[in-house]
Design a protein around this ligand. Structure first.
Ligand code: SAH
Ligand code: SF4
Length: 342
């Protein structure tokens, strides 16, 4: 039999486990805090637990069974981890600071691979392997905390996979991040390619993260060219869902828009996008296309073209940012995560 993995337990389950092993229940709270708040690397770090019990824990338990298989550090200090789950499959997650504010953000994966097949993204290229469990999603954050000894302050569901295609596990993961890691739901952002039914479901949850939408086109015709999901949930049904989401949650959504030279970055596209977004309470995040090896020959626009696109949108009164490119030299930027072991 394998060792008992303590990070899989809720506080209540940990209390039961400790009681079954004839220790006082308050030990569970100490251990819980060592794991989730104090980044213990091993049971030896848990100095307020008496030695005999630590020995018992060492023999029979492990803190976490997800491992760091590889760590890469970018010139801009972005860190990419390749993590390996207990069945041997791997996924990537990325640690970074956004916009030079005092935060430490973790970008987590929700699936090994992705079914959505967006033309510009490396994740879908290797097909889909499986959904990650809630514990496996949260363990990416925990591992980074243990590895760095730092507290993660923000989480973005923007790694490999489509979070709303793994709905139940993602909802549970939100709860764990909020409860165990004590990260406010306001500091959690979930990005989706636009699974309309699930956007409605999400708006009714107790914990609703900030919603980011991978729109990437101002109309059906262009979106269909680059995102197969447009065939199932078209851009107009997505628009309706976003308006309803804003009404239900009283929140603003983020519109993500990858700029691909000559395809969706023209003046006409910018004007059409302004019109499309007119009724949606949103901020816009422009993402320069990050090259991934693809057969489509997509290119990043020039800085000048990006600026013109941004100005047209800003003139419509929306807040527009251009996403800083992070970790491109280690393939950690948006869309570059492929989860390859070598
Ligand atoms: N599956 C979700 C979340 C992960 S992708 C989604 O699609 O929203 C995170 C963001 O990176 C999305 O906005 C995605 O569209 C974008 N992205 C994917 N490939 C990219 C690329 N090559 N260059 C820039 N952004 C990319
Ligand atoms: Fe999947 Fe998102 Fe990549 Fe599309 S952009 S293939 S939904 S991970």
């Amino acid at each position: 039999m394998g060792k008992t993995v303590l990070a899989k337990f809720s506080k209540e389950q940990l209390r039961d486990f400790i009681a079954q092993n004839n220790e006082q229940k308050f030990r569970a709270d100490q251990i819980f805090s060592w794991i989730w708040a104090k980044n213990a690397k091993s049971f030896d770090d848990m100095t307020d637990i008496k030695k005999e019990f630590r020995e018992f824990l060492k023999e029979n338990c492990e803190i976490i069974d997800v491992k760091i298989k590889k760590r890469q550090i970018s010139k801009d200090s972005t860190v990419k981890y390749l993590v390996q789950f207990s069945d041997g499959l791997c996924a990537e997650c990325v640690l970074m600071r956004f916009d030079n504010r005092s935060n430490l953000s973790m970008c987590v994966s929700t699936q090994v691979g992705c079914k959505m097949g967006c033309k510009f993204c490396a994740t879908g290229k290797n097909g889909f392997k499986r959904n990650l469990l809630a514990y496996e999603i949260v363990s990416q954050i925990l591992l980074a905390q243990i590895d760095t000894g730092l507290k993660i302050t923000n989480v973005v569901f923007m790694g490999q996979g489509e979070p709303l295609d793994n709905y139940e596990n993602v909802i549970q993961a939100l709860e764990l991040i909020n409860k165990n890691l004590q990260i406010s739901i306001r500091r959690i952002t979930l990005s989706t390619s636009g699974i309309v039914d699930k956007i409605y479901d999400l708006s009714k949850q107790e914990l609703v993260p900030t919603l980011a939408i991978s729109l990437h086109a101002p109309n059906h015709k262009i979106r269909e060219l680059i995102m197969p999901i447009e065939k199932k949930y078209d851009i107009l049904s997505l628009k309706k869902a976003l308006c309803d989401f804003c009404l239900a949650t009283k929140d603003r959504v983020t519109i993500e828009y990858i700029l691909i030279s000559g395809l969706n970055d023209t003046k006409e596209c910018a004007q059409e996008l302004c019109e499309f977004l007119k009724d949606i309470k949103c901020n816009i995040n422009l993402i320069p296309y990050n090259p991934v090896s693809d057969e489509n020959n997509f290119k990043k626009p020039s800085k000048y073209d990006m600026m013109k696109f941004k100005y047209i949108l800003e003139a419509s009164g929306k807040k527009v940012t251009i996403r800083l490119e992070r970790g491109a030299d280690i393939d950690a930027a948006c869309g570059q995560l492929a989860g390859k072991a070598d």
